[in-house]
Design a protein around this ligand. Structure first.
Ligand code: ZN
Length: 277
């Protein structure tokens, strides 16, 4: 648990507010399974702490997160699954689909439904899987230099695994982001309602804590009921079904790549993405 966490930090910076910080600045907070597992444990700790009413997710370094760590690193053998998925080592599509269902869609959906307000505190680049940490949060405070992109169509898949793009930025911009792979700016994200507010980099931490403290003065159960009501509305609009539908197509993409390239992603994608970054 907390004394063994390597990739995150946990603290109570102000009364009633827990802050979880991604602490792999040397990799631009690339997410391996260990980081995601630690993050989940930290969210659980904040959710179960009766003295915490608001949870902030922050990140060390210049960039919030460069996405999933694609290098060989931790495997499912290194962590304790918390969902009901299984057969992670199964051949064919079975094992990898279960792995992504557990580690990506499953965890994101779990965090999205924590019955306390959550706030992402975002600076620098947020790329692909990085969005999967930002979008499940209820509010997003971002610095002026924040940018958001999901360029993975270049890898021959539809987008990252937690496919809420149309809910976050609207269908038109979602398609443009996916088709072109371009990063949208903080100001653009604000205009489309994707972020709560944009502040100067120097004020990012104080502004986020101020918002968290303001919210934390309200009664816990009122906050929980308000959050659940908005989430229920999104669910009535088909959010969960849309995510699962896109996840199925995502795995058509992975398996298409396996047949053509013997790789989960189109190997030419990385050069395309780098040339445009
Ligand atoms: Zn995938």
């Amino acid at each position: 648990m907390s004394d063994t966490w390597q990739h995150i930090r946990y603290e109570i910076p102000v009364d009633r507010v827990a802050r979880i910080t991604l602490a792999r600045a040397e990799t631009a907070n690339a997410q391996d399974y260990r980081m995601l597992s630690e993050l989940n444990e930290a969210f659980d700790r904040a959710a179960r702490d009766e003295s915490v009413r608001v949870i902030v997710l922050a990140a060390d370094g210049k960039h919030f997160s460069s996405g999933h760590d694609l290098r060989a690193g931790t495997s499912m053998d290194d962590i304790e699954p918390i969902g009901t998925q299984c057969h992670f080592d199964a051949p064919g599509a079975e094992g990898y689909m279960a792995t992504e269902a557990e580690m990506y869609v499953g965890l994101c959906w779990r965090w999205r439904n924590i019955p306390k307000p959550t706030i992402a505190q975002v600076q620098g680049k947020v790329i692909a899987g990085g969005l999967m940490l930002v979008w499940p949060m209820d509010l997003i405070v971002c610095a002026e230099d924040a940018t958001f992109s999901d360029p993975v169509v270049a890898f021959g898949v539809n987008g990252h695994e937690y496919f809420t793009h149309p809910y976050e930025v609207g269908a038109r911009l979602a398609k443009e982001m996916l088709f072109t792979g371009r990063a949208i700016t903080a100001e653009e994200a604000l205009r489309h309602g994707m972020v709560t507010k944009v502040v100067p980099n120097a004020e990012l931490e104080s502004s986020t804590l101020e918002l968290a403290s303001h919210i934390a003065r309200r009664p816990m159960f009122g906050l929980t009921l308000a959050k659940q009501s908005v989430n229920n509305t999104l669910d009535a609009m088909g959010m969960y079904t849309a995510i699962q539908s896109a996840f199925g197509l995502h795995h058509v993409g992975h398996n298409h790549n396996l047949r053509l390239h013997d790789s989960l992603v189109d190997p030419e994608g990385i050069a395309v993405i780098r040339s445009e970054a």
